[in-house]
Each structure stands twice: as C-alpha cells, then as structure tokens.
Design a binder for this molecule. Sequence first.
Ligand code: FDA
Length: 397
Amino acid sequence: MNISPKARHFDVVIIGAGASGLMCAAVAGARGRRVLVLDHANKVGKKILMSGGGRCNFTNRHVGPDNYLCHNPHFVKSALSRYTPADFIALVERHRIAYHERSHGQLFCDHSAKDILRMLLDECRAGGVRIETRSPVSDLRIGEPHQLFCPQGPVSCESLVIATGGCSIPTLGATDFGMALARSLGMTVHPPRPALVPLTLSGRTLERVRDLSGIALEARVTVADHSFRENLLFTHRGLSGPAVLQASSYWEPGLPVEIDLLPELDLAAHLQRLRRERPKMALKTWLGQHLTRRVAQRWCECWVEDKPLEQLTTGDMDAVEAACKRWTVWPSGTEGYRTAEVTVGGVDTEALSSKTMACRDQPGLYFIGEVMDVTGHLGGYNFQWAWSSGHAAGQCV
Ligand code: FDA
C-alpha cells in the first residue's frame, strides 16, 4: 500500500489508552517523540477508574517475578527492575497524590483512582501527546512505516505500540485486538482465560453452601500447588474473596481446589488437647468459634457428625480434618470475563525483547501491558506491570 499523501505522520502510535498505553505515551512524549494514542472507547483509562473499588491499588511495595504468571518466568525481571514500585511512588508523590498502604504492601489512593488517571494525562500533556478516543483502528499494515486508518483519517508511524489489554470486562472496552493481531503475524498467543475471578460451584456442593453467601473466613486455598492464605467469601454462585481470586489464576477446568478453613490450627493436636480440657463441649460449638456459627452448623449437617468432643473416635477426627483442613471442591467454572479482573495468557514473551517489549521479528512493533502473557497476582501487581512494561517501551520507541 502506498502511503496516502494525506496521512498524518507520528513517530509513535499507541493503540489503547489504558494504564500501559498512557505510561508509554508519557515517557515517549517526554523524550520529544511525536506520539498519538488511539482508543476505541469513549473515555480513556476506564479500568484505572474502576480499580481498587475506586481507589486504585496502583502498586505493591513487594514486587518480584514470583508475583507473575508467565510461560517465561524470567521475562518480567528486566522491566520490573528498571521501573520499580519506588519509581512509580515517586511519580505519585511528585503529583502530590495522597495514598496509604493496606495489608500485604498494597498501595491505594486516599481519595480517588481519578488522581492516577489525571496524573498520567498531565504527564502526557507535558510531553505533547495527542489522544484520540472513539477511534477504532482499521486497515492496519505492519511495515516500515506502519500504516493504519482511524476515523480521523490515515496515519503512518515508525513505532507502533499495542496496549489494548486483556479480555476482561468487555463492557469497559476490552477486546482481543492485540492477540488477534499477534496471531495474524504468526506469533504465538497462549490461550487466554479469565483470572482473578470468582469460581462457580454446581450440584450438591452449591446447594450445600449457597445460603452461606456473604460469609467470609480466613482460609488457605490451594490449586495445583499454589496456595494463598487470605479471606474466602461464600457467594450465591460459589466462592470468591481474595484467596479464591488469587487461586483462580491457576485453576483450569477439571482441577480440584483444596481449602483449609482452619489455616492457623494444627487441628489434630488442638482437638486432642481440647478433648482433655473441655470433654463435654460439642464439636459444633467448637467449630462455631472458628468458622462462624452458620458454617459450623452446615458442616455438621453435611460433612461431620456433631457430638461431644470426648466421644470423637479416630475416624471422626479424620473426618473433621478432611472437612475443615482439606475441604475439596471441583468448581464447575468461573464467572468469566464479565467479572474477571485480568486475563491469563496472551502474546508469548519469547517473541519480545524483555528490555524494550519490541517484537524480534517485526521492526518497530511493541506489545505492552496485559495483552502480553504476563499476569500479576491480586494486589497492585498488574498495574505495576503496566507501568514497567509501558516505561520500558516508552524509552525506546
Ligand atoms: P487496559 O485495559 O488498562 O487498557 C486497554 C485499553 O485499550 C482500553 O482503554 C481499551 O478501551 C483499549 N482497547 C481495547 N481494544 C481496543 C481496540 N480494538 N482498539 C482501540 N482501543 C482498544 N490491577 C491492579 O494492579 N490493581 C487494581 O486495583 C486493579 N483493579 C482492577 C479492577 C477491575 C474491575 C479490573 C477489570 C481490573 C483491575 N486491575 C487492577 C487490573 C488492571 O486494571 C489491568 O491489569 C491494567 O489496566 C492493564 O493495563 P493495560 O494498559 O494492559 O490495559
């Protein structure tokens, strides 16, 4: 295709005005590059605004490769070490955004996620970045230069950055644009699936726990050797809460989920002692002190027999151990992209430079953020990846 004489030319075009795209644009703009950001949605940064219950858990003080799922676990090291949580915190402080730390090193805005979006847009403005919303891209030709068509007309550019994110929450503008483009270029894309998502139960298990909906307990939830100790929440469709959301990223259909509802207790030793000290106490009463009265009641109806502790046989103790320390469920599925916070899978990192996020085989083409096969745990890790990968690309586009 010949370049249209009417085409606007930019040094850098970024498709996707979310977390990673705006960070990349700000960094490239600050270097004096002429940058255009295109987004098909009517507003930029919708996920930032929705995040952290409106307060945006924008990073985590303790970020490392172990906090990410990626087929090449070493890939994230370079970008995360060159743009760290401390770098992002310094930016937040420069913009005088008040923030606080919650459990597990998670940092949130004191006031509103709007502060983070405003900061990114201020940085883009300072770098002369042009942002166009309601701008779906058509007729994309990868080449030197890249050429594309958007509602404002033809555009050409030296560097094209794909920052279109994952598939989660289509109503916020999520599409599989980036993954489809990668596939069309012959790149490997790991099959995407919803992650950080509630798990659904069905049949008898759901019938037994459905009316416990709303009850939260501290638990250790394990899927495929990955364990998370945080809160578990019963829902009317199954299980949620931070421990379950974390484990869901490792869950695939057919895998069991093992739940320790008494993670702080060595149950056998504890029950032996209690049998001596409080022999007449009912098992249900004791369970109620740890699991809430309603859960204890249900567990005694469905999985263990309520009797005075002194009457518990070895078989009864094994049953209590199995029901409370190794409660195993086989989820029927997840709540899907409708409620998933992120997407596991995406563009294979082997085809990309870990320093610049550039494609090895496609000059001037970059993938950043969640569209890549990099998925963070719950707790600010996904935004940190967006900042770090966006910064890495922004420095060399
Ligand atoms: P992001 O999704 O931010 O941006 C992609 C952009 O591309 C969007 O603006 C979209 O409109 C645009 N786009 C998509 N397809 C397009 C197309 N075909 N053409 C043009 N534009 C297109 N993480 C975290 O660390 N802390 C948190 O508190 C939260 N909270 C949270 C809450 C909720 C409800 C969700 C859904 C997600 C989170 N996350 C999170 C995850 C976090 O929001 C996510 O990982 C980052 O926003 C990913 O940044 P990206 O830039 O990759 O994509």
